[in-house]
Design a protein around this ligand. Structure first.
Ligand code: AMP
Ligand code: GLY
Length: 418
C-alpha cells in the first residue's frame, strides 16, 4: 500500500512508525513530515494549501490511502479534497470537523444527543460574560469557540480573573476570530481521561484509554500545554467503562449518523470523570498528541489494515496487547509561550533499546548537520513495558540519550493515574 501521512509532529511520527512496522511492504510519504521520520517516510516539502501540488503528488506516487493528523487541515476540508480525488482518506469531513472547530457547535451536538457535559451559555461580550457568571460559582470556565491550539480555555478562580479573560477575548481580540464568541461553562471537578474511538460514522471501536498531563509543571502546576506526557492503558473498572460507552460513545456515534456527517477516522473524546459520572469536556476530530504515541504500540495487528479499513467505511475488530506504554515529552526552553529554536541537541539521537525509542516532534538539522530544537515539543521519549512502572522507567532511561540547554521534562508522568 502507498500511504500519505499529513502533518509534522510527534503524533504523525508515531503514525508513520506504526505504518512502517506493518508486515505489508508499504511505501510511506509525508507532507511535510519532519527530519526525524526520514528513515521511515519520504517527506515532501509541500504546503497543504497547495492543492494542485497535492493532487500531483497523489497521482505520481499512486497513493492508496491518506491519513490526516492535524485538526487545522481537517477543518479546511482536506479530507473532502482527497476523497473527491478518489483516494481513501482516514479523517472526517469539513462538516464533521466542526465538532472540534467550534465549541458552540460541539455543545449543541452533545445537548441534542443528551450526552453528559457541563452546562453552558454562549457569550460574546464582557458584559454578557459577567452577567451570565451570576448564575455560576467559582471557578469560572470560559472557552473560546474556535481553534486556539490549546490556548482557548480559561479556568478563572474568581470574577476578576474572568473579567480579564473575557476582555482578552472580546476586546483585545487575543485569539482573533477564534475568540469572537465563547462558552461560559460550569466547572467540572474530577479526573480526566482521553478516549480515542475509531469510527466510520455508524459503528466504532474503542482504543485503550490514555491520560495526558497538560500542565507544564510537576504536580499539575504552571501553564497549560499541548501535553507533556501520556500513559496507556488506564486501569478503570468495568462499570465506568460501560457508563462511558453507553452514555457518551454510543450517543455520539448515533448523532453523527443522525446529522449525516461523513466521518471516517478517529474521534477523541476528552472526558472528566466526576462524582456524578463521566462528562464530555471536548471532542477532537483526530488522534491526540501525545496520546497517539502511547496507543499505537498497543495494537495486536496491523495499523495499515486498520486505518485503511476505516478509511473505506468499514470497521475492523481491534485487539490490544497486554502491554503498557509511556511517553515523556522533552520540550524546549520557553515552551509553551516562546520556545527557543535552533539549540543544538547533544548525545545519541539514534539511541534506542528494545523497549524504548524517540519520536521527533520539533527537531531539525542545522547547516552543520547537527540536530537542533525546532519547536515547543521537541522529542517524545517512548517506553514500553509489562507494567506501567516498567514503561515509565524505560521512557525516562531513553530520555537520557540526549540533552540540550533549557530542556524541560516532567518527572512525574504517570504518577497519579489510575
Ligand atoms: P478542552 O480544550 O475543552 O479539553 O479544555 C482544556 C482543559 O481545560 C481540559 O483538559 C480541562 O483540564 C480544562 N477544562 C475544560 N472544561 C472544563 C470544565 N468545564 N471544568 C473544569 N475544567 C475544564
Ligand atoms: N493531548 C491533547 C490533544 O491532542 O489535544
Amino acid at each position: 500500500m502507498r500511504i500519505l501521512v499529513v502533518g509534522k509532529g510527534g503524533r504523525e511520527h508515531a503514525i508513520v512508525r506504526a505504518l512502517a512496522l506493518s508486515p505489508q511492504s508499504n511505501e510511506i510519504h509525508a507532507v511535510p513530515g519532519n527530519p526525524g521520520m526520514q528513515k521511515e517516510a519520504v517527506c515532501h516539502n509541500l504546503s497543504t494549501s497547495d492543492r494542485e501540488g497535492l493532487k500531483t503528488l497523489v497521482a505520481q506516487k499512486h497513493i492508496d490511502l491518506v491519513v490526516i493528523g492535524p485538526e487545522a487541515e481537517l477543518v479546511e476540508g482536506l479530507a473532502d479534497f482527497f476523497r473527491q480525488l478518489g483516494v481513501a482518506v482516514f479523517g472526517p469531513s469539513e462538516a464533521a470537523s466542526e465538532l472540534e472547530a467550534s465549541k458552540v457547535f460541539a455543545k449543541d451536538f452533545m445537548n441534542k444527543a443528551g450526552i453528559p457535559t457541563a452546562g453552558s451559555v454562549v457569550v460574546k461580550t464582557v458584559e454578557a460574560t459577567m452577567s451570565a457568571a451570576q448564575a455560576h460559582s467559582a471557578p469560572y470556565v470560559l472557552k473560546a469557540d474556535g481553534l486556539a491550539a490549546g490556548k482557548g480555555v480559561f479556568v478563572c478562580k474568581d470574577l476578576d480573573e474572568l473579567k480579564l479573560a473575557a476582555t482578552d477575548l472580546f476586546e483585545n481580540k487575543k485569539l482573533g476570530t477564534a475568540g469572537e464568541s465563547a462558552l461560559l461553562e460550569q466547572n467540572l471537578d474530577g479526573w480526566e481521561l482521553s478516549l480515542l474511538c475509531l469510527t466510520n460514522g455508524e459503528s466504532y471501536q474503542l482504543l485503550p484509554l490514555a491520560q495526558d498531563h497538560k500542565r507544564l509543571g510537576e504536580g499539575q502546576t504552571g501553564p497549560n500545554t499541548g501535553g507533556m506526557g501520556t500513559v496507556a492503558p488506564l486501569n478503570v473498572d468495568q462499570a465506568l467503562m460501560e457508563e462511558i460507552e453507553n452514555l457518551i460513545v454510543k450517543p455520539t456515534v448515533a448523532e453523527l449518523g443522525r446529522q449525516q456527517m461523513v466521518y471516517r477516522g478517529v474521534i477523541f473524546i476528552g472526558i472528566m470523570v466526576t462524582r456524578d459520572g463521566p462528562k464530555v469536556l471536548e471532542y477532537n476530530v483526530r488522534f491526540g498528541d501525545p496520546e497517539t504515541q502511547v496507543v499505537m504500540p498497543l495494537l495486536e495487528g496491523d495499523w495499515c489494515e486498520v486505518l485503511a479499513s476505516v478509511a473505506n467505511g468499514e470497521m475492523p475488530i481491534t485487539e490490544w496487547k497486554p502491554l503498557h506504554t509511556a511517553c515523556v515529552v522533552m520540550a524546549a526552553e520557553g515552551y509553551p509561550d516562546s520556545p527557543v529554536k535552533g539549540v543544538a541537541i547533544s548525545g545519541d539521537m539514534n539511541g534506542s533499546t528494545p523497549s524504548s525509542y524517540f519520536l521527533h516532534a520539533g527537531t531539525d538539522k542545522n547547516a552543520d548537520k547537527e540536530w537542533v530544537t525546532n519547536g515547543g515539543r521537541v522529542l517524545n521519549s517512548v517506553g514500553l513495558g509489562s507494567s506501567r512502572q516498567e514503561a515509565l522507567d524505560n521512557a525516562y532511561k531513553q530520555a537520557q540519550f540526549v540533552e540540550w540547554p533549557g530542556m524541560q521534562l516532567r518527572k512525574d508522568i504517570g504518577q497519579s493515574v489510575p
